[in-house]
Design a protein around this ligand. Structure first.
Ligand SMILES: *Cc1c(COP(=O)(O)O)cnc(C)c1O
Length: 456
C-alpha cells in the first residue's frame, strides 16, 4: 500500500506542476502525434514496467503533446477547463472506481446523480420532474433525447419502435435548422432517421431558424432546434417554434450544448426565453460548466419516455428502485459521471454559475470591441460568448489563425461563416481573467498586423 501512496503522491506533484505551468505555458502542443508515437511505445513489451516509470514517461513525453486547453487562454471549440473542485472530485471518484450503473453497484453514484440532476434542472430552470441521462457529451445527449422523441411520436400513432424498430412504422418528419450542429445529423443517422432525410428550415444572418419557414406538420414529427449556434452563439426562437408546431405527435428538441447555460444568467438568459416549452434538451457539462471530459446531459420532460427507451431487463439486474441510473442512459456499466457536475455546481452555487456566464460573455464583447477598433471585421452579433472575426480575405484570415496558433499566447480555431473564412473565439473557461483577454487580444492584433499589414 505504501507503493500506491507514493505513486499517487508523485502523480499529484506532477499534475500540480503542470497546472501551475498553465498561465505561462504555450497554448498549442509542442509535438504532434506522429512525433510522439515513437517515444510512447515501440513494440508491446514482453515484461511490464513499474507504475512509477509509466507515470514518469507519460509526464515527460505525453505532456509535450498536450494542448493547454485547461488553461486561461484557450478559445477553441467552446470547451472550458476543469474547475478545481470538479477535477478533485474526478480523482477521488476514479479511486473509488464505482460502477455507477445502479444503486446496487454504487449507492453513492445513484445519490450523487440524483442531486446533480435536481441542481442542473434548477440552474437551467427546466421542469423539476423531467428525466435526465448522464452521457458522454452533447452528441450522445442529442442521440438519447431523440431516441425518446422517436419512441413518443411513434407511440402516438400506435407503433412501438423499441420493440419493432422502424419496420412498418409511419414516416417521421424530421425538421432541423439549416445550421444545426454537425453531430446532430450523426445522431439522426444512428437512430435510423437519416442524416439527409431531413427538412431544413432556412436561417437568418445569425443562423437562427426562421419560424415562418417551419413547415406545416402532418403525422409524427421531430423538430430539432438549437440554443447556441456553435459559430455565432445565436439562439433559435424555440418558444415561437413550440407555439407553431403543437401536437401530440410533434416533439420539439433543443440542442443547447453550451447555450443552455445562458439560462443561469439574468443578463443573458432572455436569449433562451420559451425554451422550457420544449420536450427535450441536450447539453454539455464539459463545455461551459467546466467539468472534465466526457460529460453531457440529455433531459427529457416526460421521464417515462426516456426510461421506456433506455431501460433493459435481465434476470440478474436489480429490481426497480425510484431511479436507477442505467434505466436512462444508452450505456450500462459506466463511471460515476455525475460527480463532477455535482462538485462544479456545489462550488459555484447559483451566483457562481451566473458570474461565470456573465464574465465570459463580457470578455467576448471585449475581444470584439478590441478587434473592431483595430479595423478588423466582426462577422456576428456578439450576443453570447462567441466572436467571429475576419482579416481582409479568406487567405489572410487563414494565415492569421495559423500565426496565432503558432505564436502560442492563445489558441483560436478556424471556421466558415456565411461562405467566408473566420477566426472563431469562444470564451468559456472559468480560468480566463480579464488580463488573459487583454494579453490574447494584443497577441492576435500583433500577428494580424504582421501578416495583413506588413511594413505599416
Ligand atoms: C459541442 C456541440 C455539440 C457536440 O458536443 P460533444 O460534447 O462534442 O459531443 C453538439 N451541438 C452543439 C451546439 C455543440 O456546441
Amino acid at each position: 500500500m505504501n507503493d500506491m501512496r507514493e505513486l499517487l503522491q508523485e502523480t499529484v506533484e506532477r499534475a500540480a506542476k503542470f497546472l501551475e505551468s498553465l498561465p505561462e505555458r504555450r497554448v498549442s502542443a509542442a509535438l504532434n502525434a506522429e512525433e510522439l508515437v515513437a517515444d510512447l511505445g515501440g513494440e508491446l513489451p514482453q515484461k511490464g514496467l513499474p507504475a512509477s516509470e509509466i507515470v514518469e514517461r507519460l509526464d515527460m513525453i505525453g505532456v509535450q503533446g498536450v494542448v493547454a486547453s485547461a488553461g486561461p487562454r484557450y478559445f477553441g471549440f467552446v470547451t472550458g477547463g476543469a474547475l478545481p473542485a470538479s477535477l478533485a472530485a474526478n480523482w477521488l471518484a476514479a479511486a473509488w472506481d464505482q460502477n455507477a450503473f445502479s444503486e446496487v453497484g454504487s449507492p453513492a453514484g445513484a445519490a450523487i446523480e440524483q442531486v446533480a440532476m435536481r441542481w442542473v434542472l434548477e440552474a437551467l430552470e427546466l421542469p423539476a420532474d423531467a428525466g435526465a441521462a448522464f452521457v458522454t457529451g452533447a452528441t450522445m445527449a442529442n442521440f438519447t433525447a431523440l431516441a425518446a422523441a422517436r419512441r413518443a411520436v411513434l407511440l402516438a400513432h400506435g407503433h412501438d419502435v423499441d420493440r419493432h424498430g422502424l419496420h412498418g412504422a409511419p414516416e417521421i418528419t424530421v425538421v432541423v435548422g439549416e445550421q444545426a450542429h454537425a453531430t446532430l445529423f450523426k445522431a439522426l443517422g444512428m437512430l435510423g432517421l437519416g442524416r439527409d432525410r431531413v427538412c431544413r428550415v432556412p436561417v437568418d444572418a445569425q443562423g437562427r431558424m426562421k419560424v415562418d419557414s417551419v413547415p406545416h406538420l402532418d403525422g409524427p414529427a421531430i423538430v430539432c432546434t438549437q440554443a447556441g449556434n456553435v459559430n455565432s452563439g445565436a439562439f433559435d426562437p424555440v418558444g415561437a417554434v413550440c407555439g407553431a408546431v403543437q401536437g401530440r405527435d410533434v416533439w420539439v428538441h433543443v440542442d443547447g450544448a453550451f447555450g443552455l447555460w445562458a439560462r443561469a444568467s439574468r443578463q443573458f438568459g432572455s436569449l433562451s426565453a420559451g425554451i422550457e416549452r420544449a420536450d427535450s434538451w441536450a447539453t454539455d457539462a464539459h463545455k461551459w460548466l467546466n467539468v472534465p471530459y466526457d460529460s453531457g446531459l440529455a433531459i427529457v420532460r416526460d421521464a417515462g419516455a426516456l426510461r421506456g427507451t433506455m431501460s433493459v431487463d435481465a434476470e440478474y439486474l436489480p429490481g426497480r428502485i425510484s431511479r436507477d441510473p442505467f434505466e436512462f442512459t444508452p450505456e450500462t456499466s459506466r463511471r460515476m459521471r455525475g460527480v463532477e457536475i455535482w462538485a462544479a455546481l456545489f462550488t459555484l452555487g447559483r451566483d457562481g454559475i451566473e458570474e461565470l456566464v456573465d464574465r465570459n460573455c463580457l470578455q467576448a464583447r471585449r475581444f470584439a470591441a478590441g478587434l473592431f477598433d483595430a479595423g478588423w471585421e466582426i462577422l456576428n452579433d456578439v450576443v453570447l460568448n462567441q466572436v467571429l472575426v475576419a482579416f481582409v480575405d479568406d487567405r489572410i484570415t487563414t494565415d492569421v489563425i495559423r500565426g496565432v496558433q503558432r505564436e502560442g499566447t492563445c489558441w483560436c480555431g478556424k471556421t466558415n461563416w456565411n461562405g467566408r473564412a473566420a477566426m472563431r473565439i469562444s470564451v468559456s473557461s472559468w480560468a480566463t481573467t480579464d488580463k488573459d483577454v487583454e494579453r490574447s487580444l494584443a497577441a492576435i492584433l500583433r500577428v494580424a498586423d504582421d501578416i495583413a499589414r506588413p511594413g505599416v
